[in-house]
Write a protein that binds this ligand. Structure first.
Ligand code: RB5
Length: 143
């Protein structure tokens, strides 16, 4: 599986560590930046990640900023993206099982790195339940 990952300056430390973690687990990882701790704009990194999921060059994504909200808001402007914010493992599980999130978004300033790893592990290990949840996510796009 090929996983795209991006962050802004608030999330770069967790992103860097998560890349090593994911590579160690055998995943292919594509880093969409940022690559410095200098202040930057989350949308500059969220849009390329979203486009790469939409065109199939990566399978899914992880996005990290301070609160997670800027990343989630930007990513969810793309019709092929369901970006879900998670800050504990129960939500990371449900955001895949119920919402089939193809991007996991996390708030680096509000969770520990260990929690971020646990959320990633849970999200990757969980399958979408389908059924009534498929009907619900089918109603998300604005026609
Ligand atoms: C950066 O200071 C911060 O605004 C950003 O990481 C994020 O929290 C925005 O939603």
């Amino acid at each position: 599986m090929k996983i795209g990952i991006c962050s802004d300056h608030a999330g770069i430390e967790y992103k860097t560590k998560l890349i090593s973690y994911l590579l160690g687990k055998g995943y292919e990882v594509v880093n969409f930046g940022t690559d410095s701790a200098d202040s930057c704009d989350y949308s500059d990194f969220a849009h390329p990640l979203a486009s790469s999921i939409e065109d199939g060059s990566v399978d899914c994504g992880i996005a990290i900023c301070g609160t997670g909200n800027g990343m989630a808001m930007t990513l969810n402007h793309h019709s092929g993206i369901r970006a879900g914010l998670a800050w504990n493992t129960a939500i990371a599980h449900l955001v895949k099982e119920h919402n089939n999130a193809n991007v996991l978004v996390m708030p680096a300033r509000f969770i520990s790195y260990q929690m971020a790893v646990s959320c990633v592990r849970e999200w990757l290990a969980t399958d979408f339940a389908g059924g009534r949840h498929q009907r619900r996510i089918d109603k998300i796009p604005v026609k």
